[in-house]
Design a protein around this ligand. Structure first.
Ligand code: ASC
Length: 148
């Protein structure tokens, strides 16, 4: 009985470890990777937007760090959608990600273009405000078509 419980515990631990792994080696792991990058994007962009839109204090050093983080993260999620099996794993990605791949790629380009504008805004609050608006719009547009 003790051996059985130990074996069950080991199996549970192993399956949890696999489920939480984030590599691009299989569909399940690629989805975990994807979700992690989007979570980090949401945390950084959410804080940035709040500071630029006056809901939190505008702190130039933090804003600059948020922009740098968003810029670095913006390129990361996309390759994970191409991992074989990632279209079958549990996620909010709609089938249109794969069936309308050209539209999905265009939505990514819109987002990356808006993020480049964000990066180019520097410390200019008016430009930051406009760029944050454009990035938020591109997030939303993609979610509307490609996220459940
Ligand atoms: C965010 C966040 C999103 C976008 C989107 C903008 O802060 O997590 O997914 O902005 O809501 O419309």
């Amino acid at each position: 009985m003790k051996k059985l419980i130990l074996a069950a515990a080991v199996a549970l631990f192993a399956s949890t470890a696999v489920a939480n792994k984030m590599s691009l080696d299989n569909g399940e792991e690629a989805v975990a990777y994807r979700k992690a990058t989007f979570s980090l994007l949401a945390a950084n962009f959410g804080d940035l937007a709040a500071r630029v839109n006056g809901k939190k204090a505008f702190d130039a050093a933090i804003v600059s760090q948020r922009v740098a983080n968003v810029s670095a993260l913006a390129n990361m999620p996309w390759e994970a959608f191409a991992v074989s099996g990632s279209d079958k794993a549990d996620s909010e990605a709609l089938p249109e990600v794969w069936s309308k791949a050209d539209d999905f790629a265009a939505a990514q380009q819109q987002f990356l273009k808006a993020v480049a504008e964000l990066d180019a805004a520097g410390g200019d609050q008016k430009k930051l405000e406009a760029a944050v608006g454009a990035v938020g719009k591109s997030c939303k547009a993609c979610h509307n078509s490609f996220k459940a």
